[in-house]
Each structure stands twice: as structure tokens, then as C-alpha cells.
Write a new protein. Structure first.
Ligand SMILES: CCCCCCCCCCCCCCCC(=O)SCCNC(=O)CCNC(=O)[C@H](O)C(C)(C)COP(=O)(O)OP(=O)(O)OC[C@H]1O[C@@H](n2cnc3c(N)ncnc32)[C@H](O)[C@@H]1OP(=O)(O)O
Length: 202
């Protein structure tokens, strides 16, 4: 699988602008005519991109010294669905990254939707075990929501490999906002044979 030397700046830029767009869509009180005008502009941009559509998303690129899944919906700097994760550090079975989620991720009022909290943690445990040399898929994820996870502020996402038994791989993780743990996870993953060695990089 080819790995790009870096995330193309234009892809990062496009995804960032779409994230802003999504945030404004959920906050705007613009009149109906302006909503329709914006919808037409967006349709134009979509049509432009569709003229050069790939069959599959482009996957891996280097970013800040690490291989990232460029279009992952959680960490991907090129995917506007992803918050994304930044400042990734992953080595020896431990990972840490930062994510800032906008109001577009709201679940309970003023707080991040629990499904997105779980997505961050699922991704984090996958990252942690991959950088322990055991690329694996989650088969069980238990999340304890300790307090509301705020949006609009930096969240520290951490996870670590805690052991393995046969093909089962174990990991824990947590999200920290303003020095307080908001959610904790424990996960069981199953090691996948035959994944490319690149997925074992930090
Ligand atoms: C690629 C990009 C790279 C980018 C650069 C690197 C970045 C790298 C980080 C990326 C991070 C991504 C993070 C994404 C995180 C997801 O999104 S993971 C996706 C969500 N998970 C899935 O889709 C998995 C769905 N499940 C499956 O496909 C199948 O269960 C699996 C995983 C293939 C395993 O099936 P299987 O091979 O038939 O194995 P099976 O015999 O059922 O189970 C194996 C063992 O696990 C146990 N087990 C199975 N299920 C359970 C369970 N629920 N509870 C407890 N034990 C269980 C079994 O009892 C068995 O134990 P033993 O008998 O061996 O002791």
C-alpha cells in the first residue's frame, strides 16, 4: 500500500474548510434564501470534486513523524468528518493525541455525543495496540462516561496496551478535558494476521 510522504496541504485545507462549514450549518440563523444559496454553492463544489472520484479513499500518509490514516473518520486530517486528532505521539504501546470537537458533535446540551466519545476511545485503543506491534480490531469496548465531555476545548485522548492472551489483545484509554477524566474505556481487540507492517508503526 503506497504511503504518501505527507498529507497534501490542499487536502488538509479542504477538510478544514468543510469542518467550518458544518459548524456554521448547525449554528446559523440565516434566512431561508441564504440557506438555499449556500446549498447551491456546496452542490457546485461537490460536482467539481466528483469529476475526479477515486474508487476507494486514499489511506496512509506521514504526518508529524507518524503514519496517519489520512481519511479515517476519527484521526484523518483529510476527512472533514474527523475532528481530527492532532499532535499524535504513539510508541511502545502508548498513544496520546489532541482533538477539538465543534458544536456539530453535540449530544447532550453543551456536551459531546456519547457515540463520538466512544469513537475517539475506540480509535485510541486501536492505535495503542498497533504501536505495540499488534495491529488488531476491537471486538468489545466498554465506556464509562464519568462526566460530560465538553466541545470547543482541547481534549487529550490517551490509550495504552495492557496485555494479550492468545489472539486477544487488551487496552485501556481515557479522555481528559481541563485536567479531568471525562470518559474511560477498556477494550478487547483481536489481533489481525496479515495486516501490512506499516500499521504497526507508531
Ligand atoms: C489500517 C490503517 C493504518 C493507519 C496507520 C496505523 C494506525 C493504526 C491504528 C488505527 C486504529 C484504528 C482503530 C479502528 C478501530 C475500529 O474501528 S475496529 C472496527 C470495529 N471492529 C470490527 O469491525 C471487528 C468485527 N469483528 C470481526 O470482524 C471478527 O470478530 C474478527 C475481529 C475478525 C475476529 O474474528 P475471528 O478471526 O473469527 O476470531 P474469533 O475466533 O471469533 O475470536 C478470536 C478470539 O477473540 C475472542 N473474542 C471474540 N470476540 C470477543 C468479544 N466480543 N469479547 C471477548 N472475546 C472475544 C474469541 O473468544 C477468541 O478467543 P480465543 O478462542 O482465541 O481465546
Amino acid at each position: 500500500m503506497p504511503v504518501l510522504a505527507e498529507v497534501p496541504a490542499e487536502r488538509r485545507e479542504l477538510a478544514a474548510r468543510v469542518r467550518e462549514l458544518v459548524e456554521e450549518i448547525v449554528h446559523t440563523d440565516a434566512p431561508a434564501a441564504d440557506l438555499l444559496t449556500a446549498a447551491e454553492w456546496i452542490a457546485g463544489a461537490t460536482a467539481l470534486l466528483r469529476t475526479a472520484r477515486r474508487d476507494r479513499p486514499m489511506l496512509l500518509a506521514h504526518d508529524g513523524g507518524y503514519q496517519v490514516s489520512m481519511h479515517s473518520p476519527v484521526e484523518g486530517p483529510g476527512n472533514p468528518l474527523a475532528p481530527p486528532m492532532t499532535g499524535l505521539v504513539a510508541a511502545d504501546g502508548e498513544m496520546r493525541a489532541t482533538a477539538v470537537l465543534s458544536g456539530a458533535y453535540e449530544g447532550p446540551p453543551g456536551r459531546v455525543h456519547g457515540g463520538w466519545v466512544a469513537a475517539l476511545l475506540d480509535h485510541a485503543v486501536g492505535r495503542a495496540v498497533a504501536c505495540a506491534g499488534l495491529p488488531a480490531m476491537t471486538v468489545s469496548l466498554t465506556v464509562d462516561y464519568r462526566r460530560g465531555t465538553p466541545y470547543g476545548v482541547p481534549l487529550t485522548v490517551r490509550a495504552r496496551f495492557t496485555g494479550s492472551e492468545g489472539r486477544r489483545v487488551f487496552a485501556t484509554g481515557e479522555i481528559v478535558a481541563d485536567g479531568e477524566v471525562t470518559a474511560e474505556a477498556s477494550a478487547i481487540l483481536v489481533a489481525i494476521r496479515g495486516l501490512p507492517a506499516s500499521t504497526q508503526d507508531g
